[in-house]
Design a binder for this molecule. Structure first.
Ligand code: 5GP
Ligand code: MG
Ligand code: MG
Length: 179
C-alpha cells in the first residue's frame, strides 16, 4: 500500500479506542429507547460493524445505500437512493452511521428523508468529519475525528472502489487521482 498511501492519518489503535468511546456514549444516551442503527453503504460498513459491537443496549440495524460520489473525489451534489431501508421507521429512534461528513449534502438529504417518515428522532454518528468543506451547516451528534481537507481512504472509505479494507485511515497520494 506504500505506493498509494501518503501518510496514515488515524491508526488502527486510535480507531479502536474511539469506537469504544462512541459505543459507550450511545449506550448511555439511548438506554430504554427503541434504537435502529442505520449504516450508509458502502463507506460505513467497517465502522458500523465495529460500532454496533461496542453498543451495550438492545438495538436493531438496517442499511441504506446512496450515491453522492462517482469515481472521482468531488461531490456531484446529487443524492440518489440505491438501497432503501427494509422496514418502516415510525416511532423509532434512528441513528445514521456514516463514514465521513464532508460537504454535508448526503447527510442533509438523509436527515430530511428519514424525518419525513415519522421517526421519533434522527441523529448522526460519523467516524470522520471534514468541517472545512461544509456546504450545509450540519454538525454530527457523535463524531470520531475531525480531519483536514484531504482525500482519505481506508476503514471503509474508497478511491474508485479500492482500498476500503485498509484497517486505518490514510491520505491518498495526490498523484494517484491527479493522474
Ligand atoms: P458529502 O455529501 O458530505 O459531501 O459526502 C459524503 C460522502 O462522500 C461520504 O459518505 C463519502 O462516501 C464521500 N467522501 C467525502 N470525503 C471523502 C474522502 O476524503 N474520502 C473518501 N474516500 N470519500 C469521501
Ligand atoms: Mg458515506
Ligand atoms: Mg466513495
Amino acid at each position: 500500500m506504500e505506493q498509494v498511501v501518503e501518510r496514515i492519518l488515524v491508526s488502527e489503535a486510535d480507531l479502536k479506542a474511539k469506537v469504544k468511546e462512541l459505543g459507550e456514549s450511545i449506550s448511555t444516551d439511548y438506554a430504554g429507547k427503541d434504537l435502529l442503527v442505520v449504516g450508509i453503504l458502502k463507506g460505513a460498513l467497517v465502522f458500523m460493524a465495529d460500532l454496533i459491537r461496542s453498543i451495550r443496549i438492545p438495538i436493531q440495524i438496517d442499511f441504506m445505500a446512496v450515491s453522492s460520489y462517482g469515481q472521482g473525489t468531488r461531490s456531484s451534489g446529487a443524492v440518489r437512493i440505491l438501497k432503501d431501508l427494509d422496514r418502516a421507521i415510525e416511532e423509532k429512534h434512528i441513528l445514521i452511521v456514516e463514514d465521513i461528513v464532508d460537504t454535508g449534502l448526503t447527510l442533509n438529504y438523509l436527515l430530511d428523508n428519514l424525518k419525513s417518515r415519522g421517526a421519533a428522532s434522527v441523529k448522526v454518528c460519523t467516524i470522520l468529519d471534514k468541517p472545512s468543506r461544509r456546504k450545509i451547516p450540519i454538525t454530527p451528534d457523535y463524531n470520531g475525528f475531525v480531519i483536514p481537507d484531504e482525500f482519505v481512504i481506508g476503514y471503509g472509505l474508497d478511491y474508485a472502489e479500492d482500498y476500503r479494507h485498509l484497517p486505518y485511515v490514510a491520505v491518498l497520494k495526490p498523484e494517484v487521482y491527479s493522474k
